[in-house]
Design a protein around this ligand. Structure first.
Ligand SMILES: [Zn+2]
Ligand SMILES: [Zn+2]
Length: 136
């Protein structure tokens, strides 16, 4: 379960890393292709065009990968925008609050699977390992 946690966090880091690598490689390829097009290098023009186009495509794909790595998932966004109801006094607190603005107690949520009390920002239950979503 701890591994699962790492995997989901590492997935985006991998996307970003790979995307960045692809973007840079693509730009270099495109630059080489365009440079060859502008010079009279003894390379067939088909190959020059192919190199430039492949480079641009790779850079584009890389940029998409980077964006995917940065972008938050829909569930994560919803989670952030959801008002947090205090389990002690029932006050509805602004999203991302850590403490209740009415009674000052730490805002927590309960695991849907085992009922353990978790931190608001917990993604997984530290008692049973289940992925914690909305507690409603
Ligand atoms: Zn409260
Ligand atoms: Zn649990």
């Amino acid at each position: 379960m701890a591994e699962e946690k790492k995997k989901s966090g590492g997935g985006k880091a991998f996307l970003r890393g790979f995307g960045l690598f692809a973007t840079i490689t693509g730009i270099i390829l495109a630059a080489v292709g365009l440079a060859l097009l502008m010079t009279d290098a003894e390379v067939e023009s088909n190959i020059k065009y192919a190199l430039a186009i492949a480079g641009l495509a790779l850079a584009f794909i890389g940029a998409v990968f980077v964006l995917c790595g940065i972008k938050k998932s829909k569930a994560e966004k919803e989670e952030e925008q959801k008002p947090i109801e205090c389990m002690y006094c029932g006050e509805s607190n602004p999203p991302m609050s850590k403490y209740c603005r009415k009674c000052g107690k730490a805002l927590v949520k309960k695991c849907v699977n085992c009922g353990a009390v978790l931190d608001m920002d917990a993604k997984y239950c530290n008692t049973c390992g289940v992925r914690v979503r909305k507690d409603s």
